[in-house]
Design a protein around this ligand. Structure first.
Ligand SMILES: N[C@@H](CCC(=O)N[C@@H](CS)C(=O)NCC(=O)O)C(=O)O
Length: 229
């Protein structure tokens, strides 16, 4: 039975931009599993699977429905143990929590500060309303004020990525010689920026750029196939 992946989209259903959904797109490819994408705009997320979900990605595999990207990755390894693992043992699962935490608390805020209005501008009016209400409540200010007064630059991003740049001097991937789920976590964040704003804000040269380009080209260019904005 085909695996279904509910993924966030804007007006253009082929512009899949959610960082968390990208983690799972690459995880499925890593395991050699094909899937059907069901694009979902912000205002429809709460109607998925009978209305029980509030966020995507959500994955349906037969009768099983899983949400939360890390839980989906664990599920895929549990259900398909004969395929390449997304984690290299218990230690890797535990350390991936650090990568998720770093990505969520350091990388995502900088990227949001770079591209908030780019996200807003690619949504349909009904989704713009949802995005404005939820994000203005979260930030405690208007989107316009956030994106001007809190704006971040490519230099801020480069600085935030320094730990990754430094580590890539010693090994090819966060996972070691080949990528693991932890790589897809960080890839998802940069792909988010690429798909909503284009490539200008991304590192252009150096180790992180090289690592990101390798991941964009992996799995028959899955990442690159979604156009940069
Ligand atoms: N921790 C969750 C985060 C998922 C998440 O934040 N998804 C966003 C899209 S990137 C969402 O569905 N938001 C719905 C909304 O804001 O209404 C995961 O890793 O799956």
């Amino acid at each position: 039975m085909t695996i279904k992946l509910y993924e966030l989209c804007g007006v253009d259903e082929t512009n899949l931009f959610s960082p968390h959904c990208w983690k799972i797109r690459l995880s499925l490819a890593h395991k050699g599993l094909s899937h059907e994408t069901i694009p979902v705009p912000f205002s429809k997320v709460a109607t998925l699977e009978g209305g029980s979900k509030r966020k995507v990605p959500v994955l349906r595999d037969g009768d099983e429905v899983i949400e939360e990207s890390y839980e989906i990755a664990l599920f895929l390894d549990r259900k398909y143990p004969e395929r390449p693992s997304l984690f290299d043992g218990d230690g890797a699962r535990a350390m991936t929590q650090f990568v998720i935490s770093w990505s969520q608390t350091q990388l995502h805020p900088v990227i949001a500060r770079m591209c908030l209005m780019d996200i807003y501008n690619r949504l349909a009016p009904v989704d713009q309303e949802h995005f404005r209400i939820t994000r203005e409540k979260l930030f405690g200010m208007t989107l316009e004020k956030f994106s001007t007064e809190m704006a971040a630059t490519p230099a801020d991003l480069k600085k935030t990525l320094f730990p990754l740049d430094n580590m890539l001097g010693r090994q090819a991937f966060i996972g070691g010689e080949s990528p693991l789920f932890a790589d897809y976590v960080v890839f998802g964040a940069l792909q988010w920026l690429r798909t909503v704003q284009g490539e200008d804000g991304l590192p252009k040269d150096g180790r992180v750029a090289e690592w990101f380009n390798i991941l964009l080209d992996m799995y028959d260019g899955l990442g690159r196939a979604t156009k940069a904005a």
